[in-house]
Design a protein around this ligand. Structure first.
Ligand code: ATP
Length: 587
C-alpha cells in the first residue's frame, strides 16, 4: 500500500471522536492491507514501530533536528518553521504547512510515491541508529523521506520520528476493527484478545490471521521471551466478603515493589515490567539472583521485586525502589538499593504450559524451582478458611512491610487469567478502615496553573478514571494536595510535552482546565471518601440522575504509576464498586 493512503486514513481517524466511526475507518484500512504491510500499519496506528517489549530504543529524534530538516526540505527559513511549530503546537502540522510551500510542490513530482514498506523500514533504521555520528545519519534518512513526502505524509512521518503519533486509538478499538475486517464479524474478537494476552503483539496477530485464517488464534501458545499480559486482582474490604466469594483460599503477602515477569531460557534472562516493557538492563542484580536461585532451565515465572535495607535486610517501601529508576545510575542503585525477589507464580516450566493449571499445581512447581535464600524467596503464604487466622496473617504482612495480602482461589479452575482482573485473586489492603479502601490510580487529563508558591508550575491536576466499555476517560477528581516540591518539578517536566490544544477525544469532562493533557500519565491518589458530584463525569447518571462520582479530599500519594498504561488505571466500574462498598460500611 502507498503511505499516502495510510495518511489519508489517519487524517480521517483524527477527524472523528466516536468510537464506532473510529472502528469503522480502521476496519476499512485493515481490510485493504496485505500481509507484508498489515503488521507495520498496526504498530504505527498504536503509535510505535514495534511492541514495547521488543526492547528497541524508542523513536524520538530531537525536535531541533527535525525542524532543520523541514526547513531544508521546504525551503522555508528555520525561523519560519519554528514559528509554525509555535503556532500549531504540533511538529506534524508544522511540517505539513511548511511543505505546502511552492518549492516543495515542484520537487515532489520527480519522485516515486512512498510505500508503507519503505517509510516503515527507513523509520525503523532511524530508530536503531546509535552511537557516534548517528545523529547525522538519522538526519540524512529523515531528510530522504521528507523530500519524497506529500505535505500530509510529512505530517505523520514527522510525528512518528519525534514519537508523537497521537491517533488516540486504544488496543480495544484495534482488536474490534481487526475482528470485523479479517474475520467478517465480532465473533473472533474474544479469540483475538485471548491471543493478545498471550503474545502481546497485535501486529503479529493481524499478520497471522491474514496468512493462516482465524483458526491460527486457537493454536497460539506461550513462548519464553514473549511476555504474557499479567493477571490482576480484584479488591474487597472485608475478610468475610472474600470468603463468601472464593471460600477456603490461599493468602499471600502483597509485597510493595515492582512486578517482574521473568523469562528464563538457559542463561538468557529477560525481565518484563507490568506494562510488558523489557526492564532487564535496569536490574543486573536481579538477573544475578535469577541465575543463581531459579533452578529450572526454561521457565516463565512472576515475582515481586522489593528494595531491601542493606543494613538489616528489611523490606523498604515502593518509593525507594522507584529511586532506582529516576535518580541513580544503575550501578550506583545496585549498591544503594539492593533488591530481593519474592516469587508468586509460574506460567511455564520446561516445555509445560501452566496457565491452565490450578493455583496449587503452579505453586507446587514454583516451590520446586526456586531456591530460597536471603535474596530470593517464595511469597509467604497460608491456606485458610478462618477469619481470625486471615486477620492475624494480614497484620503480620503489614508489620513485615507489605501493603496487605492477596487472597487466591484454590479451586480446580483457579487458572492464570492472562490480562484479566477477575475474582480468582482478591487484594485486601492495610488502610481499609481509616478512609477509602484503596488508593486509585488515575490518569492526568488536565491541569490548572499554579499560584503563589506554585507559580510557574501546576496548582491542580484534573484526573480521570477509565471507562473500559466505551474506551474513554471520565473525570473523578481535581487534586491539589500531597505534592512535594520535588514532585511538582518532576510532574511539570513530565506534563509539559503532553499538553494538547484541545480536549483529547477520549476524555469526557464537564470541566475546562487551563491546559488539556494527553491521557498518558497515571498517578496514585488517596481520598477520604467518594461522594455524588454534579461536576464529574465518572458514573454520570449511573447511580443517580445527572450526577457522577467524585473523590472527596483527594491527595497525591507521591507515587507515579509509570508501570501502568492509562487503560490500566482504576476503572469507572471499580469506582462505582468502591462507592457501593463504602455505602455498605456506613450502614
Ligand atoms: P495496586 O494498585 O494495588 O498496587 P495494581 O493495580 O498494580 O495494584 P493489582 O492487580 O491491583 O495491581 O494487584 C496485584 C499486584 O500486587 C501485582 O501486580 C503485583 O505487582 C503485586 N503483588 C505483590 N505481592 C503479590 C503476590 N503475592 N501475588 C500477586 N501479586 C502480588
Amino acid at each position: 500500500m502507498l503511505f499516502k493512503e495510510v495518511s489519508e486514513y489517519y487524517q480521517k481517524l483524527e477527524d472523528t471522536t466516536k468510537r464506532l466511526e473510529l472502528t469503522d475507518i480502521l476496519r476499512e484500512l485493515i481490510s485493504k492491507l496485505d500481509s507484508d504491510d498489515i503488521d507495520k500499519v498496526i504498530y504505527m496506528t498504536q503509535g510505535k514501530l514495534h511492541p514495547d517489549w521488543y526492547g528497541y530504543p524508542e523513536i524520538g529524534m530531537a525536535e531541533k533536528t527535525v525542524l532543520e530538516v523541514i526547513s531544508a526540505t521546504s525551503g522555508l527559513p528555520l525561523e519560519k518553521v519554528t514559528v509554525l511549530l509555535q503556532e500549531t503546537g504540533d511538529i506534524g502540522l508544522a511540517a505539513e504547512k511548511a511543505l505546502k510551500n511552492k518549492i516543495q510542490q515542484t520537487i515532489i513530482q520527480e519522485f516515486e510515491p512512498l510505500t508503507v514498506q519503505y517509510v516503515y523500514n527507513q523509520l525503523d533504521k532511524i530508530t536503531r541508529m546509535t552511537g557516534k555520528g548517528s545523529s547525522e545519519d538519522k538526519k540524512r534518512l529523515f531528510s530522504g523521506l521528507l523530500h519524497r513526502a506529500t505535505p500530509l505524509e510529512a505530517r505523520y512521518i514527522s510525528r512518528i520520528v519525534t514519537g508523537n503519533l497521537r491517533l488516540g486509538i486504544a488496543d480495544m478499538t484495534i482488536m474490534d476493527a481487526l475482528s470485523i475486517a479479517l474475520a467478517g464479524s465480532k465473533a473472533s474478537r474474544e479469540d483475538i484478545e485471548r491471543s493478545y494476552n498471550i503474545c502481546s503483539d497485535l501486529g503479529l496477530i493481524a499478520k497471522n490471521i491474514l496468512l493462516n485464517g482465524v483458526e491460527w488464534l486457537k493454536t497460539i501458545k506461550l513462548k519464553v521471551g514473549v511476555p504474557v499480559r499479567m493477571m490482576l486482582a480484584q479488591r474487597l474490604s472485608t475478610i468475610e466478603e472474600i470468603f463468601e466469594k472464593i471460600g477456603r483460599c490461599a493468602v499471600e503477602y502483597k509485597y510493595d515493589g515492582e512486578r517482574f515477569q521473568i523469562h528464563k531460557n538457559g542463561s538468557e534472562i529477560k525481565i518484563f515490567s507490568r506494562r510488558l516493557e523489557a526492564i532487564t538492563d535496569q536490574y543486573p542484580d536481579a538477573v544475578d539472583i535469577i541465575k543463581e536461585y531459579l533452578k529450572s532451565d526454561t521457565c516463565i515465572t512472576e515475582a515481586e521485586c522489593v528494595a531491601v535495607d542493606p543494613d538489616n535486610g528489611e523490606i523498604l517501601p515502593f518509593q525507594q525502589l522507584m529511586h532506582r529508576r529516576r535518580k541513580y545510575e544503575v550501578e550506583e542503585a545496585v549498591e544503594t538499593y539492593p533488591v530481593k525477589l519474592f516469587f508468586f507464580d509460574c506460567l511455564y516450566n520446561n516445555g509445560q504450559q501452566l496457565v491452565d493449571k490450578s493455583y496449587l499445581e503452579r505453586r507446587s512447581i514454583l516451590e520446586k524451582i526456586v531456591n530460597v535464600d536471603e535474596k530470593c524467596d517464595l511469597a509467604t503464604q497460608i491456606i485458610t478458611d478462618s477469619v481470625e487466622e486471615f486477620e492475624k496473617f494480614f497484620h503480620e504482612a503489614v508489620s513485615a512491610g507489605c501493603e496487605g495480602v492477596i487472597a487466591k482461589s484454590i479451586s480446580e479452575e483457579s487458572f492464570y487469567q492472562a490480562g484479566g482482573r477477575g475474582w480468582l485473586w482478591i487484594k485486601y489492603k492495610r488502610d481499609y478502615r481509616s478512609e477509602l479502601t484503596d488508593t486509585l490510580d488515575l490518569v492526568v487529563v488536565g491541569a490548572y496553573v499554579g499560584k503563589g508558591r506554585r507559580a510557574g508550575t501546576y496548582g491542580t491536576l484534573l484526573l480521570a478514571c477509565y471507562d473500559h466499555v466505551n474506551d474513554v476517560f471520565k473525570t473523578v477528581a481535581r487534586v491539589g494536595s500531597g505534592f512535594k516540591d520535588e514532585d511538582l518539578s518532576y510532574l511539570s517536566t513530565t506534563i509539559k510535552p503532553l499538553i494538547i490544544r484541545s480536549k483529547h477525544p477520549r476524555v469526557e469532562s464537564n470541566l475546562e482546565p487551563d491546559f488539556w493533557i494527553l491521557p498518558k500519565l497515571v498517578i496514585e491518589v488517596k481520598g477520604a471518601e467518594l461522594t455524588l458530584s454534579p461536576v464529574h463525569t465518572c458514573a454520570f447518571s449511573k447511580i443517580k440522575n445527572n450526577v457522577g462520582l467524585a473523590i472527596r479530599f483527594p491527595r497525591f500519594t507521591g507515587r507515579i504509576r509509570d508501570d501502568k498504561s492509562p487503560e490500566e488505571c482504576t476503572t469507572e466500574e471499580e469506582v462505582i464498586e468502591m462507592y457501593n462498598n463504602q455505602l455498605k460500611r456506613i450502614k
